[in-house]
Ligand binder design. Structure first.
Ligand SMILES: Cc1cc2nc3c(=O)[nH]c(=O)nc-3n(C[C@H](O)[C@H](O)[C@H](O)COP(=O)(O)OP(=O)(O)OC[C@H]3O[C@@H](n4cnc5c(N)ncnc54)[C@H](O)[C@@H]3O)c2cc1C
Length: 516
């Protein structure tokens, strides 16, 4: 059935909150079924966290966004949206920077040995042997668990600093059980065997790791084109239209309200597909949800992110797509070289480096002036010996609130409370996507939740919450859990995150402050 077959007033009113990957996927899939919708987007660009930022003709990602998936329908979708010559197959290269050395990532035994040097390598082996003889007494925390498997020296080189930068808490305060359940049989010996032996039965996996697809003009290109396509089919995509209320009555949502300048507009809704943060969705319910549900919404926390993009001569770049910076001397966690992602993102003779800082909204870095952050980034790159500060031509700062849903000891229960309330009082409100479901999803899983939700609206009965659970996953040895990096033994395309106890952040930390 094409959209032309459906009389406008025969279509249900479907309001989609957010024009990120999940929201636009929902709109696209609805159009395929002949059902136009209205997409309400708070920002002035589409793509959500997967957008491409454009400043003075430079295009860069918030983080680097690889397109890789094991979900066939998602891959088909990407290829349907972009022409073959617009969707590049890019080589992947990434390394770890530690104490002036670059370690291949994924780690390779000979390269690691060469970088460590003979003396340090022997010390690492002795430290490992010592940890075998005297393993840490407490292995319920991630530090003790890792030290028991690798020894202190390797733990400090390859795990500690980066993990702490990403999550903002000491590794010793992170529980080990999430890793222990997933990372079966991980030890120095198995990691070395993995690194040395030829990979068996890993053809797909290797290719996933060594190359990935990427839109010529960055991830935002996918979503900009998707917007154009859905608009051409009659869907409205309204920008700078933040949803502030979802009105419900008699056990259903009836409309969505937008109130940007005190001038309210109400959009009637038979269905609401929401990719806005789930906690904020529940807080936007009108009449309000009961105090216990408010409290559960207030209990969901986030880790935030900011990127400092610096324009430098091409010669100051590096061949890697990104470098993990394990060095504790600098605050930055990862550096992207966007010229390596796509030559179409940068201009002749120059490249753009994206310095990634993992932060909390409202902390010192977050509140720093852009000029100070650009100066900090320049100093840190100089300290790492990567860039001559006089060669930095321009700098841009982008702050990304709610970049990572935090998994703490209460998040599952909180999400359950919100889910249950919605199911009972507004079952026609469908949470989708990453923050929409408070799930640590990549684009593909965010999109899949939207695709299945559209099928549900059209009559299917999928369990959207099961997405991401049953995937088959691959392994990258000795990779600590971190932000947007594949985890050690799970998640070929998914993400895993540790469950971090709230007390690990300390009582005065923003995540422990009551929220209105
Ligand atoms: C640093 C980093 C690197 C990443 N790398 C990769 C990668 O390599 N590959 C990959 O596949 N994924 C990656 N991801 C994950 C990817 O960014 C997300 O999975 C994806 O963007 C989620 O899509 P979404 O539509 O669910 O949510 P979002 O991208 O968050 O989009 C939600 C949209 O809703 C809008 N919105 C919010 N509130 C409202 C409101 N009240 N009213 C109206 N609109 C609202 C937002 O403005 C936004 O546009 C990365 C994420 C980060 C943080």
């Amino acid at each position: 059935m094409s959209s032309a077959d459906v009389a406008p007033d025969a279509s249900p009113d479907i309001v989609i909150i957010g024009a990120g990957p999940a929201g636009l996927t929902a709109a696209y899939q609805l159009n395929k079924a002949g059902v136009p919708s209205t997409v309400l987007e708070a920002d002035n660009v589409v793509g959500g966290i997967s957008r491409t930022v454009e400043r003075d003709g430079w295009r860069f990602d918030l983080g680097g966004h690889r397109f890789f998936t094991k979900v066939g329908v998602v891959s088909d979708f990407w290829h349907e949206i972009l022409e073959p010559d617009e969707f590049l197959l890019r080589p992947r290269m990434s390394r770890i920077y530690y104490e002036g050395k670059y370690f291949d990532y994924p780690l390779r035994a000979m390269n690691a040995l060469r970088n460590l040097g003979f003396v340090e390598a022997v010390l690492c082996v002795l430290s490992y042997a010592w940890a075998r003889v005297r393993p840490p007494k407490d292995q319920t925390n991630y530090e003790g668990w890792l030290v028991a498997r690798f020894g202190w020296r390797l733990y400090r080189t390859f795990f500690k600093t980066y993990t702490e930068k990403v999550w903002g808490v000491p590794v010793s305060k992170m529980p080990a059980d999430w890793a222990a359940q997933r990372i079966k049989n991980l030890s120095l010996l198995s990691a070395i065997m993995n690194a040395v032996l030829p990979k068996r039965n890993q053809k797909d996996i290797t290719s996933l790791i060594e190359e990935f697809e990427y839109p010529k003009y960055g991830p935002g290109m996918m979503w900009e084109r998707c917007r154009d396509l859905v608009e051409a089919q009659g869907t409205k995509v309204l920008m700078q239209t933040p949803v502030s209320r979802v009105r419900h009555q008699d056990g259903r949502a009836v409309s969505v309200l937008v109130d940007p300048d005190g001038v309210g507009t109400e959009y009637p809704a038979d269905h609401v597909v929401s990719s806005m943060p789930m906690a904020l969705l529940l807080k936007a319910m009108d009449p309000p949800v009961p105090p216990a549900v408010q409290a559960a919404a207030g209990g969901l926390a986030f880790r935030d992110f900011l990127t400092v993009a610096l324009v430098v001569p091409e010669a100051s770049g590096f061949p890697d797509n990104w470098i993990y910076v394990h060095d504790p001397e600098v605050k930055l966690g990862r550096i992207q070289n966007f010229g390596s992602w796509s030559p179409y993102l940068v201009k002749e003779g120059r490249t753009c480096l994206g310095l990634e800082y993992f932060v909390f909204e409202g902390d010192e870095l977050w509140n720093s002036a852009d000029e100070d952050l650009i100066a900090l980034g320049t100093r840190e790159l100089t300290k790492l010996g990567l860039v001559d500060p006089t060669k930095v031509e321009a700098g841009y700062v982008v702050r990304v609130p709610k970049a990572y849903p935090v998994y703490d000891e209460t998040y599952k229960a909180n999400v359950e409370v919100l889910k249950t309330w919605l199911a009972e009082h507004a079952p026609n409100v469908h949470p989708v996507g990453r923050n929409g479901m408070h799930k640590y999803n990549n684009q593909d899983h965010s999109m899949l939740t939207a695709m299945l939700t559209v099928e549900n609206i059209l009559g299917a009965r999928h369990d959207i919450w099961a997405v991401n659970v049953e995937e088959e996953y691959h392994e990258e040895a000795m990779a600590p859990a971190d932000g947007e990096r594949e985890t050690v033994s799970t998640s070929g395309t998914g993400r895993d995150a540790p469950i971090i106890p709230r007390e690990a952040y300390g009582p005065d930390h923003p995540v422990n402050q009551p929220k209105s």
